[in-house]
Structures are given as structure tokens and as C-alpha cells.
Design a protein around this ligand. Structure first.
Ligand SMILES: [Zn+2]
Length: 156
């Protein structure tokens, strides 16, 4: 591997290319054994079709730097755990929201049915009142005619 800048088929350039002609990627180890140790690998992961290129870049951290990195790793793990808990809570909240939305939809449908029923009953009452008024008017007119007819009867 030379230090002259080389470019991959994707147009990405760097000092080294891996076995499958990609510019190598610098990474940092998070394992307990090699915590904070830098290495380079193929830019693609093996399951993405990458090659097996791998090379350590340094001997790893020692002393206070290693302790600081250990602390950082623990904080990272705690943060990841918190993120996972929050993601679970978010998922539960999303499920509850979905259930609540469905309940609201059902209640809205019931409300619409009730409103339709109220409207039908209002129309029925209006029809009944109308019929009563018409019958009362007919009776009134008929009563007047009868009264008139009676007078005519007396005249005869
Ligand atoms: Zn490769």
C-alpha cells in the first residue's frame, strides 16, 4: 500500500485502496480488548459486498487516555440504553394514540347517528303538529259552516 492518493471507481480519493478498489475507511474499536484503537477497513461492510481488508493503525490507548475512553464507552452504553427505553415508550405512546384515534372515530360515528335520529324525530314532531293544526282548522271551518247551516235552518 503506497501513500500516494488513489481514487476508487466511485471517485472517492484517499491514501489507500482496499482489495476491492474502494478507499479504505478509518474506524475506532469499541471492544473492551481494543478500546479506542484505530483501524482501517474496506469502506463497505462484508454483508454489503466489501472485502476482508483490515489493518490496525496504532497500538491502542494506554493510561489516562484509556480510562477516559472507558468512561466514554460506559456513558455511550448508558445513553444507548436510555434511547432504547425512550424508543419503547414512544412505540407504546404511538399504539395508545392509534387506539384513542379509533375510539374518537367510533364516537364521532355514534354522534352522527344520534344527530340524524334527533333530526328525524324533529321532522316527525313537526309533521304531527302540522296535521293537528290542519285538522283543527278544518274542524273550525266545519263548525262555522254548521253554525251557518243552523241559522239557515231557522230562517226556513
Ligand atoms: Zn474492499
Amino acid at each position: 500500500m503506497s501513500e500516494i492518493s488513489k481514487c476508487s471507481s466511485d471517485g472517492e480519493c484517499g491514501s489507500r485502496l482496499c482489495y476491492c478498489n474502494n478507499v479504505v475507511r478509518n474506524r475506532t474499536s469499541w471492544t473492551s480488548k481494543n478500546l479506542g484503537r484505530r483501524f482501517e477497513t474496506c469502506a463497505k461492510y462484508k454483508d454489503e459486498g466489501g472485502c476482508h481488508y483490515f489493518m490496525w493503525l496504532d497500538g491502542g490507548l494506554t493510561g489516562p487516555a484509556k480510562d477516559a475512553f472507558c468512561e466514554l464507552k460506559q456513558k455511550k452504553e448508558i445513553a444507548e440504553e436510555k434511547v432504547k427505553i425512550l424508543e419503547d415508550k414512544l412505540e407504546i405512546a404511538a399504539d395508545k394514540l392509534k387506539i384513542a384515534d379509533e375510539k374518537v372515530k367510533i364516537l364521532e360515528e355514534k354522534l352522527k347517528m344520534l344527530e340524524d335520529n334527533v333530526e328525524k324525530k324533529r321532522l316527525k314532531i313537526f309533521k304531527n303538529v302540522f296535521v293537528v293544526i290542519v285538522v283543527a282548522m278544518l274542524l273550525f271551518v266545519w263548525d262555522k259552516k254548521m253554525a251557518k247551516g243552523g241559522e239557515n235552518l231557522y230562517l226556513l
